[in-house]
Design a protein around this ligand. Sequence first.
Ligand code: SF4
Length: 230
Amino acid sequence: QDLRELEARVSVCRACPRLVEWREEVAVGKRKSFADQPYWGRPIPGWGVAAPRIVIVGLAPAANGGNRTGRVFTGDRSGDWLFAALHRVGLANQATSEHAGDGLQLIGTRMIAAVRCAPPANKPTPEERDICAPWYRRELELVLPSTQAIVCLGKFGYDALLNGLAALGTTIPKPRPKFGHAVEHRLETSHGQVTVLGSFHPSQQNTFTGRLTEAMLDAVLARARTIAGI
Ligand code: SF4
């Protein structure tokens, strides 16, 4: 099973009843400002280059963002922040991410969400996280051979990543390396060393309050770029 087949298979998954109901309800109800637009309303595959040197791990698509546009982090405020930062540090060819045909390209980078369907209030349950984990793990397995650095946006994505790496045979030190902004942990995977970096999630909750600034996000992404040799 390659990435294309994985994308095709995940895009029709209906394993989580609550999330299936929510992603479709939002797609039919539509926010007023997007009333004239079609909604994807399905699981969101990973996106970016097929053999990345950097992997960025997010939480889950936003109801009116990825769930609308069909592309991860596309069409919402978190994505606006993230892509502007990726462009500033040279990992994206443009600073905006509006829809799947906007010409945006990542450089040496792939994005993966730990949960593929938009959850109510942006909060998947632990059960939903675990049900979706095999999709995530398989994608990780496919991209790990080329990956040098993995940036986890938020603790949810970080925990999902460590669980995924452990399931793929990586020994995770005990006690578990802690999540925090700009933490950096080097792990030995079955394909060699990978550096895991933490960043606060670019959610409005973090960016509006100043918990995450542009400089903070830029510094983590630039560090990943250096590690990856891009
Ligand atoms: Fe399937 Fe994952 Fe969506 Fe659940 S969250 S329905 S496992 S793609």
